[in-house]
Every structure is written in C-alpha cells, then in structure tokens.
Design a protein around this ligand. Sequence first.
Ligand SMILES: N[C@@H](CCC(=O)N[C@@H](CS)C(=O)NCC(=O)O)C(=O)O
Length: 277
Amino acid sequence: MITLYHSPFSVSSQKVRMVLAEKNLDWNDQIIDLLAGEHLDEKFRKINPRAEVPVLESESNILVDSALINEYLEECFPEVPLLPQNPIARYKARHWSSWIDKNLHIASGIITYAILARPLILKQPTETIEYLLHSLPDATTRSWRRNVLDHGLQALEVKEAITQHRKFFNRLESSLTKAHAWLSGCEFSLADITALPYIMRAEHVGLGDLISFEEYPNTRSWYMRMQTRPSMQAAFIRYFDGDTQDLLMKLVVAAQPEVNELMQQDISITKGSNGQS
Ligand SMILES: N[C@@H](CCC(=O)N[C@@H](CS)C(=O)NCC(=O)O)C(=O)O
C-alpha cells in the first residue's frame, strides 16, 4: 500500500494527489502541518532531509520530488495512462514539468508565503519564527523568507514572482492553441496535472485578474475543463472545509489592495517593454 506524506495546500502535493486520483489508487494519508513546522522535525527529516512534501512511501521505498513520484506512479500503474504515446507529446509533457520547476515553483511559494503564511506566522512568538526560519535546510529559501517576513508584499521577490506568473500564463495561452487543447497536445496528461495547482493558487491568492478571459481565452477554457474532472474533488476540494475557506478569504481580502497595485505595476511594465505604452 502507498503512503503519501503531504500537505493539503502544497502545490507539489496536489500534483501527486491528482495523479493518485486519476489512476483510482488507494493510499494512506499522512498529513504534515507545514505551518506548524512539522516537516522541520527530526522525525520527518529522517524521511526527507530536504524537509519538503510530498514524500511517497511504496514497498519500503521512499520517493521524493513530485515530478519523479508521478513518473514512478505512471510506470507502476499504466492502466490509466497519463503520458501520451507520441514521443514529442511525451517530451512536451515532461518539458512543462521541468519549466514549472525551474521558473514558477519558487515564485508561487513566494506569493503564497507573502499573502497566506506570513500574517499567520507573524502572530507566533519570535522564538518560534526564528526556529521556523533557522531550521530550513536551504539557504536560498531562508533568505527570501526572511525578506518576505520583513517586507511583506513590498519585498522585491514578490514583484519578480508576479512577473514569473505572467510568463506562465502567456506560455499556457500560447501552448493551448485551441479552446479544447491540452498542454501536451490532444491528450490530457501529466503536463495538465502539473500546471493546474499553480493556476489555482494564483486565483486563490487574488492574481486572477492577470488571466482575463479576453487575453487568455484558451487558458480559461482549459482551466474550466480541468475543474470538472472528478480527480479535482479528491485532490483539492475535499481539503477546503468551511473554516479554511473563511480564513483564506480573510487573508486574501486583506492583501488585495496591495496585490492589485502590484498587478497594475506589472501590467504597465509588461506593456512598456512591448512598446505598447
Ligand atoms: N521539487 C519538489 C518541491 C517540493 C516543495 O517545494 N514542497 C513544499 C510545499 S509545495 C514544501 O514542502 N515546503 C516546505 C516549507 O514550506 O518549508 C517537488 O516537486 O516535490
């Protein structure tokens, strides 16, 4: 039996949960509370020294990194295929995953941290905040988190993260050449599953205005189709109970004026660099 160590709101966990649901697999649920720093405890670090979720345990093997975990699941359970047969379409699916890891994953983490995590972390005693920062194994993550804790949405990293999201939306729109297309071509694949958590997160933190229906019709159509998949319920929706929704909404509403301002700045810069303003 598979065990997944994961967190409800972790985008990387969401990718694996969606694959498990698409493939109709049963699995043991081990929720790790990231906000409380459970991933930084010695117990969890013995499982994954990088102190990250998701981690998949299968037949006493420990697997880390959502892209690799999903490839493993694809190889073990090919009955519901999530990689196309055509080599170029397979390449496209894998290229999406690699592009997202390199260009978007940290940007999404920065925005999430600034809008959703920071206000909750700042309510904790100073020693707890310092523990949460110092225990992070990665120096780059420690550095941007410190800066975002100190400066909130005004941290330079947040502006850069918004720009990365715009690049992501542009890339989605240019890949989805038709309203009914999927990211690796004409079949639903791991590429769609990998991209979905980031667009959902962008919407949940209030960046949805960057993806207007006029400018991004194919992306909007793809996103609507993705939301109707039964795996959405299992992988995402069931973790959003009423209290969680209330809390998220309060945090997003509180951040919205600053987020709007940053989106406006990003739109002006982008238009300026295209020579349109
Ligand atoms: N490349 C890894 C990245 C995993 C990752 O960044 N996980 C985040 C949640 S999405 C995490 O565990 N963060 C720990 C923290 O917030 O300190 C993967 O795809 O699994």
